[in-house]
Design a protein around this ligand. Sequence first.
Ligand code: IPE
Ligand code: IPE
Ligand code: MG
Length: 249
Amino acid sequence: MGTLQAQIDPHRLPRHIAIIMDGNGRWAKNKGYLRAIGHENGVDALRKVATASARLGIHYLTVYAFSSENWNRPKSEVNTLMGLLVSSLSKELKTLLENDIRLRTIGKVENLPARAQRELQEVIERTRDCQRMDLTLALSYGSKEEITEGVRHLAAQVEKGQLKAANITQEHLAQALYTASMPDPDLLIRTSNERRISNYLLWQIAYAELYFTPKLWPDFGEEDLHQAVLDYQNRERRYGKISEQLKSQ
Ligand code: IPE
Ligand code: IPE
Ligand code: MG
């Protein structure tokens, strides 16, 4: 067991970790490689972090793999990323099964190429009964779009007379999002020294602890994950209360 891992309190783990996996392009550039090589190494980092998370006892890991805004990248890069998604899915199935990890997605998956949708469906189906951890890929995901769709769904229920506008609660909206069946993230990690959310899980991270690291995603590994969890465990989640109220609970 690593020295960092030994310091982690297994009873106070974040239930749900969300990650903005950023910096593949800069990692490649620094080394004089094509951006595509950065993305390939990003997949390796994801495999390491996902298996380390499952081993640690994390129940939900939700990673930003492709944003709705990423469609605006050069066509060749979008094609590379979609190709990598397809090739990685079949390759990683074994790792997922061995580690008892269930694959899920959030986002407008219907916008992905048909081949990617088929591969996703296949891996989701094959890992359906895995129970240790849910690994959710955010693909063609945008939070504002997700919330807008959720509002549209509730408005349609109001139009049909199934719901009264005055009775809409936070729970209704939460249930209309892609993440309906998951707890909110406790910890949000972003790599590559950027301190922004980039349209990721805006509603769900209302009370998440934010962790920013200069590490570029392909360099982020198990030790970095443990560091982030330790940092999380050293924070006091007050939810609007004062420190003394928490101690007396
Ligand atoms: C993250 O790395 C991967 C995706 C957004 C798909 P980037 O490709 O954004 O890498 P940088 O930010 O250009 O370094
Ligand atoms: C966010 O990274 C999306 C993913 C990691 C998939 P970006 O690199 O696209 O974010 P911005 O554009 O720098 O905010
Ligand atoms: Mg980036």
